[in-house]
Design a protein around this ligand. Structure first.
Ligand SMILES: Nc1ncnc2c1ncn2[C@@H]1O[C@H](COP(=O)(O)OP(=O)(O)OP(=O)(O)O)[C@@H](O)[C@H]1O
Ligand SMILES: [Mg+2]
Length: 301
């Protein structure tokens, strides 16, 4: 297969024409970033279970593993991922080659080190990557992004480029302060103004609601952002059991309390406003991602 990196200029022009035709056909894709600030609060479990629950409800879902440290999603779901976005950028394979089919036909893209290189793409590479994602976006409803812990550049970029940001919190002081730090920097430095707060590993509904209350109180006081309460995923031993079996709890234990909550979460996200048609195409998400990376590279001394 001809890798996009070697695409000649004339082919790029033709690609752009076909890209425009494709855009006319394609439907907008909802892009949801799952973040937390603090590590280990359940982002990967939320991303994988939300993706599978949405797919089980009939959506076409792609899950981008944007945690550059460890390949979380494929380990969690017991999948073999040999290639990642970085190989696509090296021209070693096409984007289709990188996709790992997951449960319920969720398409998984391991990003690994590829994301760091987005700040240094040539114009040809840039156009090629945007087009490659555009091709995939033709038949897609939702893109879920499992981001890394912390507030590193790549985490901020993915959140900035997504349309919806889910912030996962749990009942630990560091989780709330790190979630606030993430919201603050995304708002002040990256212009993100709306966040969905999801309480994970909660011992009761009230505990989850209180966590949201704490975050909302401090955010209301110091930031001009909108925080909404997305709900609660209970602490459930079946999540751990599913992780040990290398599967998602919605698949392994569909009657567990956590699985029920993940299905409810999927339903809630479906009620969010339909993404803007003009800006909702996958091409524009990748474009925003690359632009955010350029901005960052320029800002560095
Ligand atoms: N609702 C839950 N009930 C019980 N255990 C949970 C729940 N959610 C997550 N866990 C456990 O917490 C651990 C961390 O979850 P996960 O890997 O999804 O977190 P993460 O935020 O992605 O971590 P990292 O920051 O390292 O990427 C897992 O071992 C998982 O079993
Ligand atoms: Mg993770």
């Amino acid at each position: 297969m001809v890798a996009w990196r070697r695409t000649a200029f004339s082919e790029m022009v033709a690609d752009q024409a076909s890209g425009l035709r494709r855009l006319a056909r394609a439907k907008p894709v909802r892009v949801i970033a799952v973040s937390s600030g603090k590590g280990g609060v359940g982002k990967t479990n939320v991303s994988a279970n939300l993706s599978i629950a949405l797919a089980n409800r009939g959506s076409k879902v792609m899950l981008l593993d944007a945690d550059l440290g460890l390949a979380n999603v494929d380990v969690l779901l017991g999948l073999q991922a040999g290639l990642n976005l970085s190989h696509v950028m090296d021209g070693e394979c096409s984007l289709e080659d990188v996709i790992v089919p997951g449960p319920a036909n969720v398409q998984i893209i391991p990003a690994a080190s590829g994301v760091k290189r987005m700040a240094h793409l040539t114009p040809g590479e840039h156009a090629g990557l945007v087009n490659a994602f555009g091709e995939l976006g033709v038949d897609l409803d939702v893109l879920v992004i499992d981001t890394a812990a912390g507030i590193h550049d790549s985490v901020l970029r993915f959140n900035q480029a997504a349309q919806e940001v889910i912030v996962v919190v749990c009942d630990e002081p560091a989780s709330v302060t790190d979630a606030y730090a993430l919201i603050k920097v995304l708002h002040r430095e990256h212009g993100v103004g709306r966040f969905h707060i999801l309480a994970n590993m909660a011992r009761s509904f009230q505990e989850g609601r209180d966590l949201y209350g704490k975050l909302a109180k401090v955010s209301d006081r110091f930031l001009d952002v909108t925080l909404d309460f997305l709900g609660v995923i209970p602490f459930d031993e079946y999540v751990r059991k599913a992780v040990q079996k290398q599967s998602a709890v919605v698949d392994a234990y569909p009657r567990s309390r956590a699985a029920l909550a993940f299905r409810k979460l999927a339903q809630s996200t479906e009620k969010w406003p339909v993404p803007d048609r003009a800006r909702g195409h996958l091409e524009f998400f990748v474009e925003r991602l690359i632009q955010a990376s350029y901005g960052e590279a320029e800002a560095q001394p």
